[in-house]
Ligand binder design. Structure first.
Ligand code: MF3
Ligand code: CO
Length: 291
């Protein structure tokens, strides 16, 4: 990158500033780390201020849709109805539901109840009942820019065990957010998430993780929440990725439904919970783009 742009040329990030006054030092730092053999992501996954603005607009829609779900979700509601809400609210705000037709996914949102870990498909037969815990995973495309976040909802009075699971996963995400620091390895974040889950007697799903997001639904890097410290790519300012651990009350073993090809369940039938946020790495930490 630094080889292609003149120092007095406009910066690649479209700030309008000269390269030497904008991202030159940043690019040199990145190149030096790459030469040292440290894992850094592709330069084109580092978002420009213009892209970040658009992604934030997409995130606003995602948040509004989740807020709508939060206001209306209750016992007696079917997951098909949640799908309809998500579709209508997304479109109302000028967005497109990203899950619909994504690699053949048939609906506009993922709804994952109790022992369903993720990628649950909404349907008319599935009625929420008192005591259920459900993850509603919403993803939006707005003018070509992607957002992705999910929340847990407790339906009516849930058992203390389930409530604690939902609470601890949220804490895991908050701890993950606090570990997002520029120029440090992403494995430190995933490790901290894992430790908190283990300390509470839970396990974390290994096979499915988070991802870069923004210009595509799923970009590099793939993000693990069972990672070792000092592993993985360096988090650098301008990177956007999700923190979305799936935490199981029992074993971490999971399987995918062979009939629908999507629904992921815990092998032992015990509950699983997940929250998902999108973070932007900044100069001094991170900015949470949607929660
Ligand atoms: N929203 C999910 C994620 O967090 C992806 C779901 S893919 C779908 O990555 F096709 F199931 F929607
Ligand atoms: Co995601």
């Amino acid at each position: 990158m630094s080889g292609k742009i003149g120092r007095n040329d406009p910066c690649w990030c479209a700030s309008g500033k000269k390269y030497k006054k904008c991202h030159e030092a940043f690019d040199q730092k990145l190149e030096l780390l790459r030469q040292k053999g440290l894992p850094v992501i592709d330069h084109d996954l580092i978002k420009t201020p213009g892209q970040i603005e658009k992604i934030k607009e997409s995130c606003k829609i995602n948040i509004a849709v989740l807020d709508y779900v939060q206001e209306h979700i209750a016992a007696g509601v079917t997951t098909e109805e949640i799908n309809t809400w998500v579709h209508q609210e997304t479109v109302k705000h000028g967005g497109i539901p990203a899950p619909l037709d994504y690699e053949g996914f048939p609906k506009s949102v993922c709804t994952s109840i109790n022992n369903v870990v993720c990628h649950g498909i909404p349907c008319e037969e599935e009625v929420l009942k008192e005591g259920d815990i459900i993850n509603v995973d919403v993803s939006t495309i707005y003018q070509g820019y992607f957002s992705d976040s999910s929340r847990m909802f407790c339906i009516g009075q849930v058992s203390p065990e389930r409530e604690r699971l939902v609470q601890v996963v949220k804490e895991c995400v908050d701890i993950g957010i606090s570990k997002v620091k520029p120029w440090t390895p992403i494995g430190n974040m995933g490790h901290a998430v894992h430790v908190h889950a283990l300390e509470n007697g839970y396990t974390v799903v290994r096979e499915i993780g988070g991802h870069g997001v923004g210009l595509e639904f799923h970009e590099d890097p793939w993000v693990s929440y069972v990672s070792e410290e000092n592993s993985g790519v360096l988090m650098v300012p301008g990177m956007i990725f999700t923190i979305e651990p799936m935490v199981n009350m029992g074993s971490d073993k999971i399987f995918t439904d062979e009939e629908d090809g999507w629904t992921v369940r815990t092998e032992d039938g015990k509950p699983s919970a997940q929250w998902e946020v999108m973070v932007l790495v900044t100069e001094d930490g991170c900015e949470v783009l949607c929660y």
